[in-house]
Design a protein around this ligand. Structure first.
Ligand SMILES: O=P(O)(O)O[C@H]1O[C@H](CO)[C@@H](O)[C@H]1O
Ligand SMILES: O=c1cc[nH]c(=O)[nH]1
Length: 246
């Protein structure tokens, strides 16, 4: 497929090999403006904004994925196969499904369960274990510890439905019983796309609301806590790059 693609208007070379992927394109803009140096817009097809700049001298991009596995899969596939992106870190929001997980907690998604069929489609109808790249996971954890930012690490669930009628029949109770920390809508798809194309991926999440208690953060609170998640993601990518060249 030539570049630009049907969904990305950037020229070849416009993206760095490392990228942050929030669902919300305006979060991509916020990250570009507040966390990156010399960020420039490289794509805006459908208002799904993408930027490239640098962080601590490491070239890095940031782009929205939209909501849900189908949308995130289109962008992550094209970024890897057509723009040479090799390291993808989703930075998203999620709903907690464990009582001990609290609003504003940061979660490193070691693995991502899902009700989506996309990874079975890739894996001959069998159950593919959608997992984070261990190197990215480890350096994100180390970056959080170095910055004194607490985090949790474990399974999340990537759901096809946000408004889910299965809530009434134990959908979230089952996640709770199986130790799943939180629910979101993209990680399992991005992990599958990365595996399929030989790239490396991680998902870092901030708890924006609590499925069991009904609590939710305010938009101001989300902004502050999301900045902690972004710092963990960016510092982890820098540490990972340093390891690769050591
Ligand atoms: O905050 P983002 O990254 O969009 O992530 C979460 O928020 C959206 C639902 O409100 C879904 O995309 C879900 O995964
Ligand atoms: O997908 C999501 C994201 C945040 N909160 C939820 O309940 N679900």
């Amino acid at each position: 497929m030539p570049t630009p693609t049907p969904h990305i208007s950037a020229a070849p070379g416009d993206f760095a090999e490392a990228i942050l992927l929030p669902g919300d394109p305006l979060r991509a803009k916020h990250i570009a403006e507040h966390h990156l140096d010399d960020a420039r817009e490289v794509t805006a097809v459908r208002n799904v904004l993408g930027y490239t700049g640098s962080y601590r001298d490491m070239p890095v991009s940031v782009m929205g994925t939209g909501m849900g596995i189908p949308s995130a899969s289109i962008y992550s596939s094209e970024l890897i196969t057509e723009y040479g992106v090799k390291r993808l870190v989703r930075v998203g929001s999620c709903g907690a499904v464990q009582d001990h997980v609290q609003l504003r907690d940061v979660i490193l998604a070691v693995g991502a369960c899902t009700d989506s069929q996309v990874n079975r489609a890739r894996y001959g109808g069998l159950d593919f274990a959608a997992t984070a790249d261990f190197g990215l996971l480890r350096t994100a954890a180390e970056a959080a510890e170095a910055a004194g930012l607490p985090y949790r690490a474990g399974n999340v669930h990537s759901s096809d439905l946000f408004y889910d009628p299965r809530a009434a029949t134990g959908y979230f109770d089952r996640m709770n019983a199986m130790g799943v920390l939180a629910v979101e809508m993209e990680a399992a798809g991005i992990y599958g796309v990365a595996a399929e194309n030989g790239a490396r991926a991680l998902t870092v999440l901030t708890v924006s609301d609590h499925i069991r208690s009904g609590e939710a953060t305010t938009s101001d609170e989300r902004q502050t806590t999301f900045d902690d998640m972004v710092r963990i993601a960016l510092d982890g990518l820098v540490l990972d790059a340093e390891r690769a060249t050591a």
